[in-house]
Ligand binder design. Structure first.
Ligand code: NAP
Length: 285
């Protein structure tokens, strides 16, 4: 039976470390501050924004929500980003995605100052991840690496298979695993013989967005299985991309959903906000 990787406990540890450093900065007269822009009233996005605000409060990070109506124009949104870029008291900026369809997400991401881009979506920060000198690491991929590290799972020399090649999870996570000397294979919807490739993995990551997609025949006995998926199927409770009940008896270690990767994403956002505050105050990170 696999060891369960407790993302909730590890996230609490990361947040406690961040809170300590935020308090130390405050003693030196430096406040840490995150601004979150939410356009429209998508219920899932509202929950994510509320959770980010709560995490900030718990860690002593100031936060500001900028709530804009669903019919906000591109011009207004870009001008809001520019105002936050210019404000010295704002360390981190994020715009909750997805945006309403009439808005250009790429233009908004590109408009956020790279020094305040705590989601690490700006092309300059994405380039930094690729060449290995990123100032911010994207939250979910960085959370996965931290989960592996905290669980004592070696990445160097291991065969890593990542299912999914999105810009926010699959691609950057593959780069981070490569940077840590994993031998990385990236799979996607056009990959042939997917279960066979997955069975070669010592570390298998599922970032697909399909409930219980990874079944027992994808998993080599003893492999580490990281489930990034968050799915809300109509016929049941929230679940991941991995068929947990079928895979747990085979894997060596596994992350549950909920309570695995999810809590790490928000913890790493807090960490990036702290990093932003340090960088903007000329401190080393
Ligand atoms: P995405 O942008 O939809 O990307 C999904 C990826 O899966 C794509 O690369 C796609 O391939 C691939 N794929 C789809 N069907 C496949 C198939 N049958 N076989 C192999 N590959 C397939 O999703 P995402 O944003 O990366 O998110 C993935 C999951 O993680 C979602 O459930 C999301 O909710 C969750 N998520 C969780 C967190 C967290 O904090 N826990 C954060 C972000 C995302 P193509 O490129 O060929 O289309």
């Amino acid at each position: 039976m696999a060891k369960r990787i407790d993302g909730k406990a590890i996230a609490e540890k990361v947040k406690a470390e961040v809170a300590k450093e935020v308090a130390a900065l405050r003693e030196r007269g430096i406040q840490t501050m995150l601004a979150v822009i939410l356009v429209g009233e998508d219920p899932a996005s509202q929950v994510y924004v509320r959770n980010k605000k709560r995490a900030c409060e718990a860690l002593g990070i100031l936060s500001e929500e900028i709530l804009l109506p669903a019919d906000t124009t591109q011009e207004t949104l870009l001008s809001c980003v520019q105002t936050l870029n210019d404000r010295a008291d704002v360390n981190g900026i994020l715009c909750q995605l997805p945006l309403p369809r009439h808005l250009d997400e790429t233009a908004v991401i590109n408009a956020i100052s790279p020094e305040k881009d705590v989601d690490a979506f700006h092309p300059q920060n994405v380039g930094g991840i690729l060449i290995g000198n990123g100032r911010f690491l994207p939250c979910t991929p960085a959370g996965v690496i931290r989960l592996l590290d905290e669980s004592g799972i070696e990445i160097a020399g291991k065969r890593c298979v990542v299912i999914g090649r999105s810009n926010i999870v699959g691609k950057p996570l593959s780069m981070l695993l490569l940077r840590r000397d994993g031998t990385v294979t990236i799979c996607h919807s056009k990959t042939q013989n997917l279960p066979e490739i997955c069975r070669t993995a010592d570390i298998l990551v599922a970032a697909v967005g399909r409930p219980r997609f990874v079944t027992a025949d994808f998993v080599k006995p003893g492999a580490v299985v990281i489930d990034v998926g968050v799915n809300r199927p109509a016929d049941g409770p929230l679940c991941g991309d991995v068929d947990f009940a079928a895979v747990e008896p085979i894997a060596g270690a596994i992350t549950p959903v909920p309570g695995g990767v999810g809590p790490m994403t928000i913890a790493m956002l807090m960490q990036n906000t702290l990093t932003a505050a340090k960088l903007q105050n000329g401190l080393s990170v």
